[in-house]
Structures are given as C-alpha cells and as structure tokens.
Design a protein around this ligand. Structure first.
Ligand code: PNW
Length: 484
C-alpha cells in the first residue's frame, strides 16, 4: 500500500545547472564597433519587408556596452550558467583571415566577468550571424563555408579556451538551413529547396570540422556539444498516411541532423524523399559522414512546442502555405520542408503563447525520453525553453507574468520527470535572459525573464525571473503560485 503524501518538492540531481540563454545578434547591438562587419542578419533586417516594423539588431539590448550590468543581473537571479553566442563577424569580419583582437576582447571581458561572478560560461560558436562576405561567396549551400567555420572555431578556441570549458558548435542548424534557404523567413532569405538541403549537409560538416578544431585546441577538460531544435513530431491519427507524414517531417526536421551527428549517417528514407532535389552521392563526399560523427560530450536540445502533422486529404491540392506553418515559421509562400511540401501542419490543441505556439510540456518529456533511450551514455542539456507573452509594465513598474511562470513550471516538471525515469539531463537554460530581437518578429515578441524598456534600456526582472531565481537557488521547482 502506498500512502498519499503531500506533494514532495521536485528536487533536481546535485550539480544540475540552472541557466539562461541569449544570442549575439539578438542582444549585443554595437554592430559597427571594433571592426565588426555585417552578418547576413544585418543585411536581412535592413532589407525592407523582411523583419516586423523594420526592426534590426543595430542597438538591440545594447548588451555590448551593458554586459557588466547584465552579468550582475544574472547573479541576482542565482544563475549558475550563461549560454551566449560569439558573433562570427565580430571576431572574423569577412569570415576569413586573422582574428580581430577587439572582437575577442569583448568576449574575454564578458567571460572574465562571468567567472568572477561564479557563473559558468557556455559559448556557442554560431547562432545564425554568418559573415555577409561568406554568404556572397555562396553561404551555407557552398561547401567552402564549412571549411571556413572550422578555421573560425580554431581562432575562438585559441583565444577563449583558457576560460570557456563548455562549447557548442551550432545553434539549431535546422533553422539556419530550412528557414534561411528554404522558406526564406530567416536570413539570408533564400527560397531554394535544394540549397536548403545542401546547407544542412554543410552545417553538419561545419560542426564536424569545428569539433576536430576544438578538440585539438582545447584543454582535455573542455566539453563540446551541438544544439538542435528537435521537432517532437506527432501524427494527427494512426492512419498510415498520417504516420508517413510524421516520418517525413521527422526525417527532414530531425534525422537529417541526428543521423550523421550521432554516427548513423544520412537516413535512407530522407535520401529517397529528397532524391529529386539533391544528388546525395555527389553532395556527401567520402569521409564527410565520419567527420560529422566526431564524438560530442553533450547534446543540447531546444524545445518550445510540438509539431502536429497529417497527410493531405486524398486528391487535394495544397500550397506549402497554411495557417499553422505561418504561426511556427513566419509568413512565407515557400516551404521549409524540402521533399515533403505536401504535409499539412496543425496547431496542437490547448493554450498558445504570443507566438501562437501551443503550450504542451508533454512534448518536452517525450522528446527527452526518446532521445535519451536512443542514445544511452550521451548527456543531454535543455539549452532553450521558454515563452513569449504580452508583457506590460504595471503602474508600479513591475511585470507580472503568471503565464510564463506556469509555462516554466510545467516544462521543468516535464524535465524532472524524464530525469526521475533515467534520462541524463545536466541542465536547463531558460530562453531568454532578456527580451530581445526576436528575428523576423523584431522587438514585438518578448521571451525574456527580464523585461527591457527599449527607449531607456532599463532592465526590469519580471515576476518569472524572481520565480526562476528561487528554482535556481533551491535546485527544485517552486510552486507555480507563490504565497504573497
Ligand atoms: C529559437 N521554428 O528560434 C532560437 O534559438 C532563438 O534565437 C529564438 O529567439 C527562440 O528559439 C524563440 O523563437 C527558433 O520556426 C525560431 O521552428 C523558429 C523556430 C524554432 C526555433
């Protein structure tokens, strides 16, 4: 017989890391400081019609100048780790040649500030800001970009390897490849299904090159990871056609990366689904899959919402555009799913965030559980999870965001359950530390635990930030409704 006990506090394993994440172009600003050259996101955001309200990262949250204040904020929030990205064009403006010391110095100062505060730096080499000059030479659809990335990784490791112990090569290569070169809602805004697949392979290869460069340059205690936005794909019914739609989206959404990155190579069904677009034999050269499979120490997972799909009704004609897809990827007439353009996307049931993304923590639980089962011995880290809501300042100058607290509570509970059942999850990074430049949505969507009043750049921790601080300090999930 079991006794019913009052709900035990959900305590995490000792050493579990509580962090927050950001990305260079979304927060730094200072785009023309210290010799930095434009990235594809500078070009894209300054192209009329590409970003909501004509917003750009020119100033963003001015983190380049306010990083000390922002690290102090992290301390106040009890964060134990901070995930940020290095701006490639700040370090290597053209994507080639020697490193700019001014750029490296910014990251040295930032990392030193973090270490002084006792916050572990987690550096991502690439969060979407490709040097424009490399795009002009072909961008990610060109193989040469992968080789350039390996050289850039080497420069970064040489300069920061003495103080950064945890490295991530790429953030969400799916977005870089399929939103950047497929649907075109992200920079560089190209709409070329074959180019998107080529980009995916060259991002994988870039990862492999970077892992080798990092391994050679970093001390033995450094750890190397990659972060994927794995799609928790669900079929709308058990109809074989719907299940096949889910298989296709899993292939071009997940397995195109996890296959080669985790040593299994490109899946046969993916190659078959896309054979009319790319010649895989020519694209993937001998040795590529082995290079991409260079062992990693940790896999980063970003999760926001599940993906619900079905096959189109028999005989129907469909454009790749539909409501649910517009919600998830920004408006585009082009598909980010090369070879599976006919699959229909549906908004899963339930409440939504300001992004119109369904709130479903079971997706995070299922995702962790599946990845953990498929990859025994590979530690996982939730490198992004969070939500945008319509945050406003009260007359007292506070931001009350109970919806975000509920979102975090539910998703952390899902992580806790997966760990309790055996998944090896080492940490959780809230997206995002600050409200910031939300890509094609500009400043209209606020993901921060800390509110940013853009005209004054004042930082105001939201109620969720205080709630998260309690979680971080106690290594446990506080109740969603705190008394008081
Ligand atoms: C991630 N999708 O972006 C990024 O890593 C962050 O920079 C971003 O701010 C955050 O999530 C919130 O959007 C994504 O369409 C953008 O599937 C789009 C998609 C997924 C992730």
């Amino acid at each position: 017989m079991t006794t019913v006990l009052p709900a035990a506090p959900l305590v995490f394993p000792a050493g579990f890391r509580w962090g927050a994440a950001t990305a260079a172009y979304q927060i730094e600003g200072a785009v023309a400081v210290g010799g930095r050259a434009p990235s594809i996101w500078d070009t894209f955001s300054h192209t009329p019609g590409k970003v909501h309200a004509g917003d750009s990262g020119d100033v963003a949250t001015d983190h380049y100048h306010r990083y000390r204040e922002d690290v102090a904020l992290m301390s106040e929030l009890g964060l134990q780790a901070y995930r940020f990205s290095l701006s490639w064009p700040r370090i290597q403006p053209t994507g080639r040649g020697p490193a700019l010391e001014a750029g490296l110095d910014f990251y040295r100062r930032l990392v030193d500030e973090l270490l002084t505060a006792g916050i572990e730096p987690v550096a991502t080499l690439y969060h979407w800001d490709l040097p424009q000059e490399l795009e002009d030479l072909g961008g990610w659809p060109a193989r040469e970009t992968a080789e350039r990335f390996g050289a850039y990784a080497q420069l970064a490791a040489d300069a920061l390897g003495d103080r950064v112990k945890l490295w991530t090569t790429l953030n969400e290569p799916w977005c870089s490849a399929f939103l950047g070169y497929g649907s075109g809602v992200h920079a560089p805004g190209r709409t070329d299904p074959a180019g998107a697949l080529r980009a995916a392979h060259h991002l994988n290869l870039a990862h492999g090159r970077a892992v080798s460069a990092l391994r050679a340059a970093l001390p033995a205690d450094a750890r190397i990871s990659v972060t994927l936005n794995l799609h928790q794909v669900r079929a709308r019914s058990t109809d074989p056609a719907d299940l096949d739609a889910a298989r296709r989206i899993d292939a071009v959404g997940n397995r195109v990366f996890t296959g080669p990155l985790l040593g299994g190579g490109y899946p046969e069904d993916l190659r078959a689904d896309t054979a009319h677009l790319v010649d895989w034999q020519a694209l993937v050269r001998p040795g590529d899959e082995a290079a991409i499979a260079a062992p990693i120490d940790l896999l980063g997972i970003n999760y926001y919402t599940p993906t619900l799909v079905s096959a189109p009704p028999e005989g129907a004609h469909h454009s790749p555009r539909d409501a649910a897809r517009d919600d998830a990827h920004g408006a585009s007439d082009h598909s980010p799913w090369p070879g599976s353009e006919h699959v229909l996307f549906h908004r899963p049931p339930g409440e939504v965030t300001a992004m119109n993304w369904a709130i479903d923590p079971s997706g995070l639980y299922d995702l962790i559980t599946e990845v953990a089962r498929a990859n025994p011995g590979l530690p996982l880290m939730i490198t992004e999870n969070g939500a945008a809501f319509e945050d406003t300042l009260t007359p007292d100058g506070e931001v009350l965001d109970p919806e975000r607290i509920a979102y975090l509570h539910a998703h952390l509970t899902a992580v806790h359950r997966a760990i309790a059942e055996g998944a090896d999850v080492r940490g959780y990074f809230l997206w995002s530390l600050l409200d910031n430049f939300e890509w094609s949505y500009g400043y209209a969507k606020r993901f921060g635990a800390v509110y940013v009043d853009y005209p004054t750049q004042r930082r105001i921790p939201k109620a969720s930030a205080h709630w998260y601080a309690t979680a971080a300090r106690s290594n446990a999930i506080p109740p969603a409704h705190q008394p008081g």
